[in-house]
Structure formats: C-alpha cells, structure tokens
Design a protein around this ligand. Structure first.
Ligand code: 0RA
Length: 646
C-alpha cells in the first residue's frame, strides 16, 4: 500500500472511543495476555509499536527507549506528535482521548493506514490504565504539551509547558505494582532483543535502548543502537552468524502482492535444522498460518520444478518431500495485513486466506529469478535437498521404531524409567536426571505417587549437529520419547508432534549445578527446542534448582541457592559456620534432595519459556554449533546458567 494512495486524513474527531479504562484494570489479561513478566514487557512493546507505526507511515525515523533508574520506561519518537487539539465529540484534547479511551489510540478509522498496534492492538490507553503514573509529552507546532495520569486518570488538562523546534511524542510510565504479579523489574535483554527484531523488521528506523540502571566499565549507561538498512536480509545473517552459509548470499524479496506487502529473506546453511520465523504486522506468529503455508508452497513448487528441469532427480528411487526443501533453511517471512485474523491456542496463527497465494507468488518469483541467475548456488541447493531426502528415508525407519515402542504403552516403557503410580497426566511429573547415581537418589527421595524418574546417561546427543536419523536412533532420546508418550512425524511433516498421549504435565530437567550439569541441561533443552518445541510453548518444561550450599551449625542447618543467601545464613548463625558446597546431586541424600529440590511445597523450579523465538534459535545454534569463541563468550557472560531464559 503506497503512502500517497492511502494518505490518512487524520483529525481529532476521527478518534472513536470504545470501552472503559476500568475494565482494563479489572481484566488486564484480556488486554495484555497476562500479568506476569510477559505482560509487563508487553506494556513497553505497546508504546513502542505506536512510534513504529508513526515511522512506518513515513513521519519519523528515530525511536528511543530508556529503562529509567526507578524501572519506569520512557519511549520517545520524532514523529508528528499526537494531536493536541480539541476533540469535538469528547470535548477534551485529542491527546487525552488517545490516552484515556480504550480503542482510540490504534484504530482511528479505516482510512488511516494502520496495520500494527501491539500484540493485541490495544493502544497506549491500556498501558496508561495499568500504570501508577504516566506522563505524555508532545512536541508539536513549536510548543511542548504535557499531561500526566494516575492509574489512567488525568491529573490536569493538557497544558503547554514550553517552546520547542522539535517534533515528536514521549511517553514515560511506571506500571502499577498492584496489577502485576511480577516484580516491576524490566529485563534489558528481553527488551533489547525485541528492539533489535523491530529494527530488522522495519528497516531504516533508528531504535536505541538505554538502561539507566547499570553502567559499563567506562561508566556509560548500557546502551544499544539498532539501525538496519537491509532489513530481513540482515536479520537472516544475524540469525545464522554461527552457521556456515551454503549459498553466496541471502536470497530476498520485497514487494506487494494482491495489495499485501510481503517481505521474505532466506538462506541455506550446512545444518540439519529448519528455522522459519514468520511475522504479521511485526508480531511473531509462532503458530504460523496462511503466510507460512504460502511460503512453503512457493518454495517447494519452485525448487521442485527447477530440480526436475535439470534432470538431477532422474535417478532418485524415492519421492522428495516438502520437508526436504527446508532442511538447513533459515528464513523470515514478514507480511502486513490490514485486518489480520489471529487464530490458534495463543492467537498467533494467521487465518486470512488471501495471504497464502500472495506469499506463494512472491516466493516463486523471487526464487525463480535467483535460480536462473545463480546456477552454481541452484545446483548446491538441489544437492542439499537430495541429501536431505536420503537422510529422511533413513530417519523414517528409525522414527518408526520409536513410534512402535511408544504406541505399545506399558510394555514399551523404557526399562530405566521408574514410573509413578498415578496415571492422570495433569498430576504427574517426570524428572529427567543426569546420571544413574543421582537417578537412584531421586528414585528414593521422590513421592512415587506422582513423580517419575528417568535417568539419562552422560551427555545426550547434540541434536544441533546431528542428522535426524541419528537423533531417532539415540538411546537416551528414544527413552525420552517413549517415557513421555509423545509421538512425532506425519506423512506431510516429519516433525509434527502429537501430545495427546503426553504422560506428564511437568517435565523437570534435573542436573548438577556445575558446568557439566548446565551443559547437559542445555543439551536436553536443545533437544526439546528443536524436536518438541510445543512442550516448551505450552509450559510443560521446567528446570530444577538444587541448592548450592548447606550451612550447618550444631543442630541448625539451612540451604542456600546463591552466594548472598549463603552469607546471610552464616551471618544469622553468628558469623561463622561450616559450609558444604554441593558439587552435584550425588552429594545429597534422598531426603535432602526431596526437601530442597523435589518437594512441591518448598522447591523452586524455573519454567522454561521462549521470549523471542528468533533470538532463542540463534542462542541454541551458537551454544551447540561448531564455533567455539561465541560459545565461550556467551558462557562467560552468563556464568550463572540460571540466566539463560531462552
Ligand atoms: C494520529 C495522528 C497523528 C499522530 C499520531 C496519531 C501519533 C501517535 C503516536 C503515538 C506515539 N507516537 C505517535 N506519533 C503520532 C498526527 C495527525 C496530524 O498531524 O495530522
């Protein structure tokens, strides 16, 4: 959609108010998803999205974000500034309407070209309703305008506070701690990852993020500046930084098909994993949808036709499947849809039918051109596809073996599994434990009614570097599939998961709290991320947190999970007390393991979540890939394993 063709004709009274701020405070999750850590960060995205919209409409090129010392957030852009004139219907300033009427901020009217508007498209008024304090400052027509709010209610009418030759909007807010369950403490990495993602998705915009709570070695605030000139092309290079590229450059296209703006970038690498990330209006569509189907259709159709035309497939004894075209492929698909229909469990699946053919056509054109112009790359790609097909045929047999075992429940359960007595998955937990000896302790310590133990021997296979058939042939991995009751693979999609027979709703990775233990936990997580991602997405996967220290004095004893806790206990015990450092689970007896790590009443487990899919993909390929230096750097910077929240 071109700027000129759809020039928005904004005026203060095109703003339509819909619903009350009170409702937002009563039912916050309806608007921002949840009131935990995720919802808290969504507030920032909501405000930033408004500025990105202003930039996408061609009115600004810079967005700056600050995490202030008090954990308030400021977002500033150099756009036109939210209108401050009188809103005819409401009888107050348009700024006040935008800030206090639900539904006013994003959707002005249908003529205004506006496709983004936050995860739920709710607008900045929702953020206002959920903030203890918010201040909006508008730089417009030579003046600085201001209004402040407490829990969404204006403290005074919009007023001028000075003169300026700048233009733009700045919003500063501090979330309401009576609404959020999570502590009001923003995670810099989470926010910066989203800003980086937004800069790739919206090339040309300069986005900065500054953390005023912490300084680097030189005494400057932690800060990053993102500015992508090549957009998705750069995004793909960033994601594949630690993978080996197979073709000479990233293949990309950008254009409009049937009135739908489509952008695609893709590259093949030497790995065996498929990495597709799709976006609609800057929102990551985890569950895919019609745009992703369009991509797959375009890719398969074009490559198949090309491969057939070269005769390279003539001697093949088996069919090439859709999957084979996507092994070792990293791709981003980004579309802008005026009225997106989101479906699926997490409302991240695009439903608009018309998008499939738009994306499919775009991909066909892009690829056809590329293959014609780069015959050497084209040959490399087809060879890669053929190899993938051969490997898949081998993998199919291995997978069917796993499947057969899994389906025969009871008799098929792995010998090493100590199952629990109860059979309701909602009540049951399985601990994946590193090593047979710790497995033995866990088996003695557990509540056998609802806790099952599966010991895993030594280092499990690094799935990041292994071909599919090796993965399905691996003993520990087969045991995990059969114990969990999960099956994998259908005719169309070799990695489709079936969770219907999942036997436990808590899957707990329990490893030593040392370097080897974290490595093993990371290997297991990598396996889940690449082969059973839905388990993570649906909140079934946890990491156990065994204590690091036992402080004893006479009959008194307490456990500590970090150095500060340890020091506080020593202090409490009178300044000196013997400390036992647990080097591994094996050093605890069954009772201690139960008390500290397994008993639901006292344990703390960390739920594994995926904040940002693309970033998580990059982290795993880096951690588990071939290149040692980036891995070392990551591990040094994240010395406490506890902090890789993928
Ligand atoms: C509607 C109309 C106009 C500006 C905006 C919205 C606007 C909203 C936000 C939110 C954050 N930054 C923003 N920048 C601009 C301007 C209408 C006009 O000047 O004609």
């Amino acid at each position: 959609m071109s700027e000129e063709a759809k020039k928005p004709n904004y005026s203060a009274d095109s703003i339509q108010a819909l619903e009350g701020m009170e409702h937002v405070r009563m039912r916050p999750s309806m608007y921002i998803g949840d009131v935990g850590v995720r919802g808290l960060h969504h507030l920032v995205y909501e405000v930033v999205d408004n500025s990105i919209d202003e930039a996408m409409a061609g009115h600004c090129d810079a967005v700056d974000v600050w995490i202030n010392e008090d954990n308030s957030i400021s977002v500033k852009d150099n756009g036109r500034g939210i209108p401050v004139g009188m809103h005819k219907k409401e009888g107050v300033s348009a700024l006040e309407v935008v800030m206090t009427k639900i539904g006013a901020g994003g959707k002005f009217d249908k003529d205004s070209y506006k496709v983004s508007g936050g995860l739920h498209g709710v607008g900045v008024s929702v953020v206002n309703a959920l903030s203890n304090h918010l201040k909006a400052t508008v730089y417009r027509d030579g003046k600085i305008w201001e209004q402040e709010y407490e829990k969404g209610k204006p403290s005074y009418p919009v007023k001028t506070v000075g003169e300026t030759d700048e233009k733009g909007t700045m919003v500063t807010f501090i979330p309401d701690d009576t609404i959020f369950q999570a502590e009001i403490d923003f995670n810099y990495e989470t926010l910066s990852a989203r800003m980086r993602e937004l800069s790739f998705l919206n090339k040309g915009i300069k986005i900065s993020i500054t953390d005023k709570r912490s300084k680097d070695d030189e005494g400057n605030f932690i800060r990053e500046d993102f500015h992508s000139t090549e957009g998705l092309k750069e995004f793909v290079r960033y994601l594949d930084a630690t993978r080996e590229q197979l073709t000479s450059d990233v293949i990309s296209m950008e254009g409009e098909k049937n009135g739908i703006p489509v952008e695609v970038a893709m590259v093949y690498n030497t790995s065996y994993t498929e990495n597709l990330h799709s976006y609609v209006n800057n929102i990551n569509t985890h569950e895919g949808g019609t745009h992703l189907s369009g991509f797959r259709r375009g890719l398969t159709g074009t490559l198949k036709k090309y491969a057939e035309s070269t005769g390279m497939l003539d001697k093949l004894k088996f069919e090439i499947a859709g999957d084979d075209f996507r092994e070792g492929l990293t791709a981003i698909i980004s579309v802008k849809v005026a009225e997106p229909q989101f479906e699926g469990q997490t409302k991240t699946k695009l439903g608009n039918r018309e998008v499939t053919s738009a994306v499919s056509q775009a991909v066909s054109e892009m690829l056809t051109n590329y293959l014609e112009e780069n015959p050497a790359d084209a040959k490399t790609i087809v060879q890669k596809v053929i190899l993938a097909a051969q490997a898949r045929n081998a993998a199919k047999k291995a997978r069917e073996m796993v499947q057969r075992k899994t389906v025969m429940s009871g008799g098929g359960l792995p010998g090493k599994l100590s199952d629990c007595a109860w059979s309701e998955p909602e009540k049951c937990e399985i601990f994946l434990v590193e090593g047979d000896s710790a497995g033995g302790t866990a088996k003695q310590g557990r509540d056998r009614n609802f806790q099952a133990i599966l010991p895993l021997r030594g280092k499990i296979l690094n799935v990041e570097k292994a071909m599919q058939h090796k993965v399905f042939e691996n003993e520990e991995i087969k045991n995990m599939f059969t114990a969990l009751g999960v099956t994998i693979g259908t005719e169309e999609d070799s990695k489709a998961l079936n969770l219907e027979k999942l036997r436990y709703h808590k899957i707990v990775i329990m490893c030593d709290a040392d370097v080897d233990g974290s490595h093993i936990a990371t290997l297991i997580l990598t396996f889940f991320f690449r082969y059973m991602k839905e388990l993570i997405e649906e909140g079934y996967v946890y990491i156990a947190a065994p204590p690091l220290y036992l402080v004893k004095k006479g009959a008194k004893k307490e456990y500590a999970w970090n150095d500060e806790e340890r020091d506080a206990i020593v202090e409490k015990f009178g300044g000196s007390a013997p400390i036992q450092r647990y080097k591994g689970l094996g050093e605890m007896n069954a009772e201690q393991l139960w008390d500290t790590t397994m008993n639901p009443e006292f344990r703390t487990m960390r739920l594994v979540t995926i904040d940002n899919s693309a970033e998580a993909d990059r982290t795993f390929s880096m951690l588990m890939g071939d290149e040692v230096p980036p891995r070392r750097e990551f591990i040094e910077n994240n010395a406490v394993y506890a902090n890789i929240d993928i």
